[in-house]
Design a protein around this ligand. Structure first.
Ligand SMILES: *[C@@H]1O[C@H](CO)[C@@H](O)[C@H](O)[C@H]1NC(C)=O
Ligand SMILES: *[C@@H]1O[C@H](CO)[C@@H](O)[C@H](O)[C@H]1NC(C)=O
Ligand SMILES: *[C@@H]1O[C@H](CO)[C@@H](O)[C@H](O)[C@H]1NC(C)=O
Ligand SMILES: *[C@@H]1O[C@H](CO)[C@@H](O)[C@H](O)[C@H]1NC(C)=O
Length: 540
């Protein structure tokens, strides 16, 4: 009501007085004209007067809405405090001071804003090379947001810019954000990601009008190329040791974990050290060992199989029914050997020169209808990467004596005084006893033979008769006989007493040869000289 300034209408004297006094009565307001306050702050408006001892004050807003502040009057001063400043303080405030009949007024505009914090930057996940990630730049509690501008920069490049020009339908604090997708590449490592927010209100003064947040681009690389180096080998002797070193590439450098795969597929953690040394390895330490490189963004693993090899041992042969057999029967020879990995079985036969002739890789070697030639030494070898273990068995095929030959040299019909050799050969059957006898009614005489040969020097008439060779072994017996006929020549009374001798049967080739040499030697003696060459020529 500006009209009230003139208190008394039409009385010029008094009017002058009023002016005189009013010139002395003065008012100031602080801050002047306008104040800018951030929501949540505390501000005070102060009205002070001079030239009046006890003025009275009143505050109002220009549109007569509530003050939303506390008034404190103190002598010549009045203070309106807004604590905290809110949307309801965005007004033009008027302070009125009255001194008696005098009245003074001053106004002040309160402007508000809100821009209290630096932007927040969020990434949807760790930055990995070539993997898109969403960057969110968020500006909290802004007023008025229609003046807000957000920029996202990578180094000096503007990635995205956004303004928020939609109408503000009510006064409120809003949080505004910008999103952008970033696919980091190698060059981005170490660059800065900047989120910059500006509140573009040129008309009023406040600081700061621009806020920013910077993040250094920490680019991660998921572990890859995990490799294991094994020293010395993945195949180990029992009791041996091995050192395995694992490496993995990634950013930041992956941490290494060693585990062993259990039977149920789970992993048993062994070490967090890149180098794993295993000593005194046992069979049960065989298995799959897993190395994993792990960092913030992933893991990558690889595995290695260790095999603890136990050299073959306890090689054993089981012969069924027996290692001594009769000709024609069958035999199974089964070989077993322990070791890891399970030894391979190799059956061989030992040849006369000591070499081995491989026969079979089956554990059971079966010989059906054996022959005498199958006799010999059979060798079983258990073989694996860690070694060889061998065992042998001697197989004896017994044959009944056969093909016995009983011969008289030079003939079964000789003259008295000749030398006669009676020779018994028993084929090729070893370990056969040979007994040479002369049959007589008074009883048989066993003759002292040498390798189955019995020599009669200067044969007598009474040497005539039936000679018998008996050949026998565990499996059988065979008999042969011949009749020696001695023709009389003259009376010759050389005496001979048979002696007893029993011998093993020898080679059928040697015995006739010996017999013949003796025979020809005898003939040669009679001629007075002897030559083996001559003797053999004369044989033809
Ligand atoms: C480990 O990384 C290599 C490439 O370096 C990859 O070929 C392999 O499949 C990965 N292994 C696992 C188990 O992730
Ligand atoms: C890994 O092993 C080496 C040698 O045995 C040792 O010096 C190192 O401290 C170990 N590191 C960890 C992380 O255990
Ligand atoms: C050898 O083994 C075979 C198969 O097991 C069997 O049929 C046969 O009777 C065996 N022979 C002997 C002599 O044990
Ligand atoms: C090994 O045994 C199998 C069957 O048991 C048989 O078929 C094969 O002929 C045998 N091999 C040898 C070399 O004996």
């Amino acid at each position: 009501m500006p009209g009230k300034m003139v208190v008394t209408f039409g009385a010029s004297n008094i009017l002058w007085m009023v002016f005189a006094v009013s010139q002395a009565f003065k008012m100031e307001i602080f801050p002047e004209h306008r104040v800018v306050a951030q929501i949540g702050d505390v501000i005070s408006l102060t009205c002070s007067t001079t030239g009046c001892e006890s003025p009275s004050f009143s505050w109002r807003t220009q549109i007569d809405s509530p003050l939303n502040g506390k008034v404190r009057n103190e002598g010549t001063k009045s203070t309106l405090t807004m604590d905290p400043v809110s949307f309801n303080n965005e007004h033009a405030y008027v302070c009125t001071a009255t001194c008696g009949s005098m009245k003074l007024e001053k106004g002040i505009q309160v402007e508000i804003y809100s821009f209290p914090k630096d932007p927040e930057m969020h990434l949807s996940g760790p930055l990995e090379l070539k993997k898109p990630v969403t960057v969110t730049c968020l500006v909290p509690d802004v007023y008025p947001f229609d003046r807000l501008e957000i920029n996202l920069l990578k180094g000096n490049d503007l990635l995205k810019s956004k303004e928020f020009l939609e109408p503000m339908d009510r006064k409120s604090l809003e949080t505004k954000s910008l999103e952008a997708t970033l696919i980091p590449d190698q060059e981005d490592i170490g660059k800065a990601l900047v989120c910059r927010a500006k509140l573009n209100i040129e008309e009023i003064d406040f600081e700061p009008k621009e806020r920013e947040t910077t993040k250094k681009l920490q680019v991660y690389i998921s572990p890859k190329n995990t490799v294991i180096f094994v020293n010395p080998y993945t195949r180990l002797q029992e009791g041996g040791s091995v050192t395995m070193t694992c490496s993995s590439e990634g950013l930041p450098a992956p941490q290494i974990f060693w585990s062993k795969k259990l039977d149920n597929g789970n992993l048993q953690l062994l070490s967090g050290n890149a180098t794993l040394t295993l000593i005194a390895m046992r069979i049960e330490d065989s298995g799959i060992y897993v190395c994993e490189g792990v960092n913030q963004v992933g893991k990558n693993g690889t595995e290695v199989e260790l095999i603890v090899e136990v050299a073959p041992r306890d090689t054993a042969i089981l012969v069924s029914p027996s290692s001594i057999l009769e000709e024609g029967s069958s035999v199974n020879m089964t070989c077993s050997s322990n070791g890891l990995p399970a030894p391979k079985i190799l059956w061989s036969r030992q040849l006369n020169n000591g070499h081995l002739q491989p026969l079979s890789e089956n554990s059971t070697l079966t010989l059906t209808s054996t022959k005498m030639e199958d006799s010999g030494i059979y060798v079983c070898e258990g073989i694996n990467q860690a070694g060889i273990s061998r065992k042998e068995v001697e197989l004896i095929i017994q044959v009944a004596p056969k093909d016995i030959q009983l011969i008289a040299f030079p003939s079964e019909s000789v003259k008295e005084g000749d030398t006669v050799i009676i020779s018994c050969t028993c084929g090729n059957v070893p370990k056969t006893w040979i007994i040479l006898k002369k049959k007589a009614e008074t009883g048989d005489t066993v003759l002292k033979s040498r390798d189955g040969a019995y020599t009669i020097h200067k044969v007598q008439l009474e040497d005539a008769g039936v000679y018998e060779c008996e050949s026998k072994n565990e499996v059988g017996l065979q008999l042969r006989s011949l009749t020696l006929d001695v023709k009389g020549r003259e009376n010759n009374k050389d005496y001979f007493s048979p002696e007893l001798l029993v011998l093993y049967c020898a080679s059928s080739l040697i015995i006739p040869a010996i017999g013949m040499i003796i025979y020809f030697a005898r003939r040669a003696n009679m001629k007075g000289s002897y030559s083996l060459v001559e003797a053999q020529k004369s044989k033809v």
